[in-house]
Design a protein around this ligand. Structure first.
Ligand code: 4FV
Length: 254
């Protein structure tokens, strides 16, 4: 899969090559990461890529000409790739969208700076807008790297074992179960015995139940639109019953 980032700071993307899954995936050619410097498409003496906003106001806006030329250049290199603009106005990027993008042969990621890009670029040359969250960054580069990292690890072979991506938070639709590793006892806290039992069926059930409980406690919204697995309903009803019993007991004495 190819990722092409259009940016005024191409060197920022070297962070993806420092280590980890993205570095390994580039080396194993599961992915390629290309950067296009938008300033290379500004041909005036000062290679200007921004200008003051029409209608006044603070900040600067990215000029359409260098951006349009850079996007056309990217389309020439990867005609099949979808062109996304990273902006707070975009579709909220989540695991589902990451899985969707992992099915593409390539994506082009336009990284804005300043107050944003000239609207005519959004209207004429952008296939879709992506947001990594409701906050304002100083540039789209970090958002583009978030997208590259999240998509890259979903690509077959990128993680080394497919299973781990399938068990990710949100891939199961629930928050992930707690993880433990050696030492068995750390500062007086023991690893739950169930995980040392070797009883894989019981471990699988314990992990699913702890995922259900922590999802209920931390992200109950996820439980509302998530298909439950066999056994989940019984477990949630048992929790519900236990809570009812406790409430009745305490309402009796008070
Ligand atoms: C952003 C986000 C984001 C807005 C103005 C770049 C900045 C500047 N991108 N998710 N949140 N972009 O804040 O994707 O041009």
């Amino acid at each position: 899969m190819n990722f092409t980032a259009l940016t005024l700071f191409p060197e920022m993307f070297s962070a993806l090559l420092v280590g980890g899954i993205t570095k390994r995936s580039v080396e194993s050619q599961h992915i390629s990461i290309e950067t296009i410097d938008i300033r290379d498409f500004a041909h005036d003496r000062h290679r200007t890529t921004d200008d003051r906003p029409y209608g006044g106001g603070c900040g600067m806006v990215m000029k359409p000409e260098p951006l349009a030329a850079a996007i056309r250049h990217a389309k020439g290199m990867h005609p099949e790739a979808y062109t996304f603009l990273l902006t707070p106005q975009g579709r909220l990027f989540d695991q589902g969208l990451a899985e969707e993008l992992a099915g593409c042969s390539g994506v082009t990621l336009v990284c804005g700076r300043y107050e944003g890009v000239d609207e005519r670029i959004c209207q004429e040359m952008i296939d879709d807008e992506l947001s990594i969250g409701d906050y304002v960054l100083s540039g789209g580069e970090l958002a583009a790297m978030v997208v590259i990292d999240a998509v890259c690890r979903l690509l077959p072979g990128a993680l080394g074992n497919e299973q781990s991506a399938e068990e990710d938070s949100f891939s199961t639709g629930l928050l992930e179960y707690p993880q433990y590793t050696r030492p068995r006892s750390f500062e007086g806290v023991q690893v739950p015995d169930i995980l040392l039992s070797g009883n894989h069926g019981a471990i699988k059930q314990w992990r699913r139940q702890t995922s259900l409980v922590r999802t209920f406690l931390k992200r109950p919204d996820l439980l509302l639109d998530q298909p439950l697995a066999p056994g989940d309903m019984e477990y949630l009803e048992k929790l519900h019953q236990d809570i009812e019993t406790i409430i009745e007991k305490h309402s009796a004495v008070s």
